[in-house]
Design a protein around this ligand. Structure first.
Ligand code: IMP
Ligand code: MG
Length: 192
């Protein structure tokens, strides 16, 4: 068994290479800049997974923005989140009256976003939208959708470009899937 039950990097299969990600992010940056023209959206990155995506996305904007971060912990295992969400790092800035754009790494069951939307709406932003790099539409458990999606992905566990498995693989420049044996569609629960 590999160290810490985490496979070696060489076992991961690339499903989105860095060139394809960069091209799609340029497109998203143009689309969002067009939609928010004349406004200064307030981007809220959901830590830790969204940090790399957010850094590239805002550099593809032709409009000005402000940024903040929210730390989130989802209880339950990686493949079967319980839907209980805890805020581990709160916002620095007020969002009242702002055009808020939440930045996520992946929309899976949708429970995290459903929770965040409820909490943030209570603070009366002018608008509230979601941009997610990846969308696993087939996994949705609650009726929420993203306003902007980078890529649709199948029901496989993906890592890299900010996404982790047991806190590993965030540094990979592309999106890869865990495969083989224990690392296919069914995964052992990551430690919490
Ligand atoms: P939700 O199920 O939409 O609430 O997503 C919860 C969180 O689970 C996401 O923000 C990710 O951090 C994580 N997650 C879901 N699917 C994957 C995956 O395939 N790889 C890495 N993290 C994932
Ligand atoms: Mg996340």
């Amino acid at each position: 068994m590999p160290m810490d039950d985490v496979p070696p990097i060489s076992d991961l299969e690339t499903i989105l290479d860095s060139g394809k990600i960069a091209a799609r992010i340029r497109g998203l940056g143009e689309e969002i800049s067009r939609d928010y023209r004349g406004r200064t959206p307030h981007l809220i990155g959901v830590l830790k997974g969204a940090w790399i995506f957010m850094a590239d996305l805002i550099r593809a904007f032709s409009i000005d923005t402000t940024v903040d971060f929210l730390g989130i912990e989802t209880y339950g295992s990686g493949t079967a989140p319980s839907g209980e969400v805890k805020i581990t790092r709160d916002l620095d800035m007020t969002i009242a009256g702002r055009d808020v754009l939440i930045v996520e790494d992946i929309l899976d069951t949708g429970r995290t976003y459903q929770y965040l939307r409820g909490v943030l709406s209570a603070h009366k932003p002018k608008s509230l939208k979601l941009v997610t790099l990846l969308n696993k539409a087939s996994r949705r458990a609650v009726p929420v959708e993203a306003d902007y999606v980078g890529f649709e992905v199948p029901d496989v566990f993906v890592v890299g470009y900010g996404l982790d498995y047991r806190q590993r693989f965030r540094q990979l420049p592309d999106v890869r899937r865990l495969r083989g044996g224990d690392f296919g569609e069914t995964l052992p629960a990551p430690p919490r």
